[in-house]
Design a protein around this ligand. Structure first.
Ligand code: ZN
Length: 564
C-alpha cells in the first residue's frame, strides 16, 4: 500500500496534494506553557529551503520547559554544531512525529541517556535512534529546556509536526492556534515577459508594477500593455497579531478573467524538494535586492508539490486587441487575505526593449552536463544543477577561476578541480580551495586532496582559488588560568577560532580522560559542565587539541585545581 502511494506521488506530483484530509485535531498540544508568539511560520521562504515548522518565541529567554506535544517515545536525538543544534524527535502512536529544535538541555533522563553515548563515542555531535521502549514520554511531560543552539538567531523553539513519511506539515492544520487578524502584506509585484517576442509595457524585461491601494484594502495596478506569453511574481509576507515578524503566507491563488490559473499553499512538503525554493523565487532578484519574489508561473522542470492547480504553467497568452483581468489573492492560515487586480490590454508592439542578456561562449542546457578545463583548472556541472538554460560567464585568471555569478542558483553540486602537481608537497599540505567573496575574503570550500589534484563540490557560483593557511587555530581560556583553583566554577569555558581555513575538530581531556565540551560556533566557545562528574581529582591537567581544515593544530595545556 505504501509503495503504491509513493509511486502515485512520483507520477502525479503536481496534482497530489489538493486538500489533505484526516488531519487529527487537538491531538497535539502546545509544546510551551506561554502564549504562542511566532518568529517563523510553516513554509516561510528561507535561504535555500522552506521553513519546516513553527518558530516559537521564548520571551527572549532560554531554559523554558519544553513539553511533549502528545504521548509517544523519543525516537531520535540529534546533536549538531549547526542546523537544529540540540534536537529531539518524538514518535507518536498515530504515526506522526514531532520535532523540537535549538534546545539548551534535555530533561534529566534523556540528558543522561545522551551523555552516556557522547562519552562512549567521545563526540559532542551525535545522532541516536532510541527504541520504542527506551524513552517513553507522556503528553505534557517536560522533555527539554528551550535554547538557542545551532543555526538560531535568538532564543526560540523550533517545532515541527511530520507525517509518517517524515514530511513536515503545517502545525496550524492540527489546531495549534496562532492568533492572527491581520491581512497579509504585499510589498512587491512584478510582470515577466516569458515567450519569444513577448513584452510588458514594451519591454522584454521584468517590470516592477506600482500597487495602488483601494478603499476596500485591496490593490490595483495601472493597466498593463502586453502581448505574448507573460507571467507574474509577488513579494508577500504575513504578520501574526502578537508579533511584528514578517512571516510566510499560507496560500496564493491567481485567476484570469475569473478562471483559476495558479494555486499554491503550504500544507506539506518534503525535505527532498525544499531546495527547489530557489526555483520558486526570482533568485536573481533575491540575490541583488534581498527580497523574495515568488513566481506565479512554473517551468515544466519545477517539481515542487506545493501547487494544487496550475493551468498552462501559470503563464498567460496575451493576444493583441483583447482585454484581460488578472487577480491575485494572498491568504494567511486564518483566512485573512489581500487581493490585487491587474488589468491587461493586449497590444502588439513594434518597438520592444530587448532582454538584458549577456551572451557568452559557454551556453549550457540545464538538462545536459557541462565541462571545461584550462590552466590546470577544470569545472564540471552535472545535468539539472542549473534550473535554466544559461550563458555561463567563465574566466580563467591565472590560479583563479570565475565560475559564473552568485545571483544564479545551483540545485546540485558542481565540481571545481585544481591541478596541484607542480606545487611542492609541504606547501600543498597547507592549501585548500577557497571561494573568494566580492569583498575579496576567502572562505573554505570542502577540499578533497589527491597528490596531483584538489577538488571541491559547491552549490555556489563565484570565484575560486587555492589559498594557503599556515597558522594554527587560537585557544583562549575564558573562566580560568593556568594553575588556578576553580572550585566555585560550574563549568570550564574556552574560546577557539581559526583565521582562514576554519575549525575542523577539537579534542579535550582532563588527566588523559576525554571530557565532553559543547561547541557553540556563534560565540566560538567550548564549554565543559563539571556536573558531568568526570573531573574528580583535586589537581587536573587540562589538554585541548584544536585542528583546522588543513591540519594545523594547536595544543593548549593548563593545570587547574578543584575541591571535590
Ligand atoms: Zn525554525
Amino acid at each position: 500500500m505504501k509503495r503504491f502511494f509513493s509511486l502515485f506521488l512520483v507520477l502525479f506530483p503536481l496534482v497530489a496534494s489538493a486538500q489533505i484530509s484526516n488531519v487529527p485535531q487537538d491531538y497535539f498540544k502546545d509544546p510551551l506553557d506561554i502564549p504562542l508568539i511566532l518568529s517563523g511560520t510553516f513554509g516561510e521562504l528561507r535561504s535555500n529551503h522552506f521553513h519546516a515548522g513553527l518558530d516559537i518565541k521564548t520571551q527572549g529567554r532560554q531554559g523554558l520547559e519544553v513539553k511533549a506535544s502528545a504521548k509517544g517515545f523519543i525516537s531520535r536525538i540529534k546533536i549538531q554544531h549547526y542546523g537544529y543544534g540540540k534536537a529531539l524527535y518524538v514518535q507518536h502512536p498515530n504515526g506522526y512525529t514531532t520535532v523540537y529544535g535549538h534546545l539548551k538541555k534535555l530533561a534529566p533522563k534523556i540528558e543522561e541517556y545522551l551523555k552516556e553515548r557522547q562519552y562512549n563515542k567521545e563526540s559532542y555531535e551525535i545522532e541516536l535512534f532510541p527504541g520504542a521502549t527506551e524513552l517513553q514520554v507522556e503528553q505534557g511531560e517536560v522533555i527539554a529546556y528551550s535554547g538557542n543552539t545551532g543555526g538560531s538567531g535568538g532564543p526560540h523553539l523550533h517545532f515541527e509536526i511530520r507525517d509518517g513519511s517524515q514530511r513536515p506539515m503545517n502545525p496550524e492544520m492540527f489546531g495549534i492556534d496562532i492568533q492572527d487578524t491581520r491581512d497579509p502584506i504585499v510589498d512587491g509585484l512584478f510582470a515577466y515577459p516569458i515567450g519569444e517576442g513577448a513584452h510588458v509595457n514594451n519591454s522584454a524585461n521584468r517590470q516592477k508594477l506600482r500597487l495602488i491601494p483601494q478603499n476596500d484594502g485591496s490593490y490595483t495596478t495601472n493597466a498593463l500593455e502586453a502581448c505574448g506569453e507573460i507571467g507574474f511574481g509577488i513579494s508577500t509576507v504575513d504578520q501574526k497579531s502578537l508579533a511584528p515578524n514578517k512571516n510566510g503566507v499560507y496560500k496564493i491563488e491567481a485567476s484570469l478573467n475569473g478562471s483559476p490559473v495558479m494555486n499554491l499553499d503550504f500544507q506539506r512538503f518534503s525535505f527532498a524538494e525544499s531546495r527547489y525554493l530557489n526555483f520558486l523565487i526570482d533568485y536573481e532578484y533575491y540575490s541583488n535586492h534581498r527580497k523574495r519574489v515568488q513566481k506565479l508561473f512554473k517551468e515544466s522542470n519545477n517539481p515542487l508539490s506545493i501547487y494544487n492547480g496550475v493551468v498552462n504553467e501559470g503563464k498567460l497568452d496575451i493576444e493583441d486587441g483583447l482585454d484581460y483581468n488578472y487577480v491575485v489573492e494572498v491568504t494567511d492560515f486564518k483566512g485573512n487575505s489581500k487581493t490585487i487586480r491587474i488589468p491587461i490590454k493586449g497590444n502588439f508592439s513594434g518597438e520592444i526593449t530587448p532582454k538584458d542578456e549577456i551572451k557568452t561562449d559557454y551556453f549550457t542546457n540545464y538538462n545536459e552536463t557541462f565541462s571545461i578545463e584550462e590552466n590546470g583548472i577544470d569545472i564540471y556541472i552535472p545535468k539539472n544543477a542549473l534550473y535554466y538554460d544559461t550563458f555561463l560567464d567563465i574566466e580563467f585568471m591565472g590560479d583563479t577561476v570565475k565560475v559564473h555569478h552568485d545571483d544564479v542558483a545551483l540545485h546540485k553540486n558542481i565540481t571545481i578541480g585544481f591541478d596541484v602537481s607542480d606545487i611542492p608537497a609541504e606547501e600543498k599540505e597547507k592549501m585548500f580551495i577557497a571561494q573568494i567573496s566580492k569583498y575579496g575574503r576567502p572562505s573554505y570550500s570542502t577540499t578533497y586532496k589527491k597528490p596531483t589534484r584538489f577538488t571541491t563540490g559547491t552549490r555556489s557560483f563565484g570565484e575560486y582559488t587555492l589559498v594557503s593557511d599556515v597558522n594554527p587555530p587560537s585557544v583562549r581560556p575564558v573562566n580560568f588560568y593556568d594553575g588556578q583553583w576553580i572550585s566555585g566554577n560550574s563549568d570550564l569555558k574556552v574560546k577557539i577560532s581559526d583565521d582562514l581555513s576554519g575549525i575542523q575538530s577539537f579534542r579535550a581531556t582532563v588527566n588523559g580522560k576525554w571530557i565532553l565540551m559543547e561547541y557553540e560556533y556563534k560565540n566560538n566557545t567550548l564549554t565543559h559542565d563539571f556536573s558531568d562528574g568526570v573531573v574528580t581529582e583535586t589537581e587536573n591537567d587540562f589538554k585541548l587539541i584544536v585542528t583546522d581544515n588543513v591540519g594545523n593544530t594547536n595544543t593548549y595545556e593548563a593545570k587547574f585545581f578543584r575541591k571535590n
